[in-house]
Design a protein around this ligand. Structure first.
Ligand code: ZN
Length: 162
């Protein structure tokens, strides 16, 4: 069943029916159910619960480290520190729980967006517009990209220190 038909079914159902439809959609592999939130049913295209931010295995927000190869932890920690500093400089209080760099079809070394990041607060996500060209962060992202060789559409996400 295409997603739009499932959406129509859900939109045209009462609360009791909706629960049955959700459970059937989970059984059919069209949706998944958050292990932490009793009312959260997510599309298979959604990686994270939109209420608590956990993934379908129930894990809390975690790093997404793309690529064919593994970069040293030391490089990831430098990047994490730099990203956290970026948000502190932009007066984010509290810091987001995580920040993600969407894949972008850039021609140069780092294929992730330097202008539109995704910030995570629990299950809430929103876009953070910024300009990271020419910064230390851009250099670090290029270093990571050269090391890991990310694949097409692979995004990068880092959990930030609390
Ligand atoms: Zn949840």
């Amino acid at each position: 069943m295409p997603t739009s038909e499932l959406t129509l079914l859900i939109e045209h159902s009462g609360a009791d029916e909706r629960h049955v439809i959700h459970e059937a959609a989970v059984a059919a592999g069209l949706m998944w159910k958050c292990r932490a939130c009793p009312t959260a049913f997510l599309r298979v295209s959604e990686e994270l619960c939109n209420e608590c931010g956990r993934d379908r295995e129930g894990r809390p927000l975690s790093d997404v480290r793309p690529g064919l190869y593994t970069a040293p932890d030391e490089l990831w920690e430098r990047l994490r520190t730099e990203v956290a500093d970026h948000f502190r400089q932009e007066a984010f209080d509290p810091l987001p729980e995580a920040a993600a760099f969407p894949w972008e079809s850039a021609q140069d070394a780092a294929p992730w967006s330097l202008t539109e990041l995704t910030v995570h607060y629990g299950g809430r996500q929103h876009t953070h517009l910024t300009a990271l060209e020419g910064t230390e962060l851009e250099e670090l992202l290029e270093e990571v990209a050269l090391t890991v060789e990310p694949g097409y559409l692979e995004h990068l996400r880092l959990v930030l220190p609390r």
